[in-house]
Write a protein that binds this ligand. Structure first.
Ligand code: 8YV
Length: 328
């Protein structure tokens, strides 16, 4: 008997190769003009789809989920983070929620390392200066940054991405420290030569660099509160490639403006795509447009993960990347 193809609604454009495969395997509805869905369009999508494929630009809250049609079985998120989806509300309705873990780990860790280097070594500042035609000759005291080698990096969240960053950091001669819900396995701790801090404040007050690599959940919302940010040393640099909501952005901006922090490297923001204006215009703050996982390879791998999850469901099995509320 032929398998009934699932009605799959994609909210954004995905790489051609992914869209084409989706059309082959499913009754897939593409969004060729790539305009983000409005809330009403999201409600209409969940009403007609068997599987919705959203991205971080879609807010799938309880209100949207309340419009789910009888056919809706799964929210197959294109992305690792699921903080834009009300997962408990979805699961309560009997829906499966999946994500794309593992496939953007290395690219995101690369970008965290790149931000550490960019801020400490003033890379974007130097590059912009040359483009402006302001390189008039070398001097011994000009454009001095800070050395990475031999310093301490504190990683907040030692999951896949945190560990991938730790491997890079070790190769750069940084000593690795981390805060996590629980310590990593002794094998990984030994491989990374990593020091565990169960007390985040204590770690923050001792680090030269701090990188945020945990998911955004209720427990990590504003984990780096205004109060906690004051624990950082004035020469420290904060890097965030996870979610803006984990850091009190206004407090961070104020600290950078008052020179209470040496610098920051941010790929994510509390109210994306809006950026707190107080963060702008500081040469020691490197700001990127949420592009840590933006490699063609990652986007294709993410799409393939989404396809695997939907295909497994279509074939009558349990999709591999299910997100359950207890994981959050
Ligand atoms: C993705 C991300 O680009 O996967 C994530 O959680 O933050 C990004 O790197 C985006 O979420 C795609 O939906």
């Amino acid at each position: 008997m032929a398998v009934q193809k699932l009605k799959v609604v994609l909210t954004r454009r995905l790489p051609d190769v992914i869209e084409t495969r989706m059309r082959e395997l499913f009754d897939a509805e593409l969004n060729l003009d790539d305009r983000p869905f409005t809330t009403d369009e999201l409600k209409a999508a969940v009403a007609r789809a068997a599987v919705l494929v959203p991205t971080i630009t879609d807010r799938i809250d309880a209100d949207v989920l309340a419009q789910a049609g009888e056919n809706l079985k799964m929210i197959a998120n294109f992305g690792a983070g699921v903080d834009h989806i009300d997962v408990p509300a979805a699961v309560e309705r009997g829906l499966i929620v999946t994500n794309t873990p593992g496939v953007l780990t290395e690219d995101t860790a690369d970008m965290a390392m790149a931000l550490i280097l960019a801020v400490a070594r003033r890379i974007t500042e130097g590059a912009e200066l040359v483009q402006r035609g302001d390189f008039h000759g070398w001097t011994p005291t000009w454009m001095t940054g800070r050395r990475i080698f031999g310093k301490r990096l504190g990683i907040v969240g030692m999951g896949r991405i945190g560990q991938a960053l730790a491997r890079r950091a070790k190769a750069f001669g940084l000593s690795v420290h981390y805060h996590n819900r629980k310590p990593v396995s002794p094998r990984i701790a030994e491989e990374l030569d990593a020091t565990y801090w169960d007390n985040l404040d204590q770690m923050l007050s001792r680090m030269d660099f701090v990188s945020i690599n945990c998911p955004h959940t209720e427990a990590t919302h504003r984990l780096l509160s205004a109060e906690r940010l004051t624990k950082l040393q004035p020469h420290a640099v904060l890097v965030n490639t996870a979610r803006g909501e984990i850091v009190d952005e206004a407090a961070l901006a104020a600290m950078v403006s008052r020179r209470e922090l040496a610098g920051a490297g941010l790929d994510v923001y509390e109210h994306e795509p809006a950026i707190n204006p107080a963060l702008l215009g500081h040469p020691n703050v490197v700001l990127l447009p949420h592009m840590a996982s933006a490699t063609l390879e990652a986007r294709v791998d993410m799409g393939e993960r989404v396809i695997l999850n939907i295909k497994t469901l279509q074939d009558g099995h349990r999709p591999p990347d299910r997100v359950i509320p207890a994981m959050l």
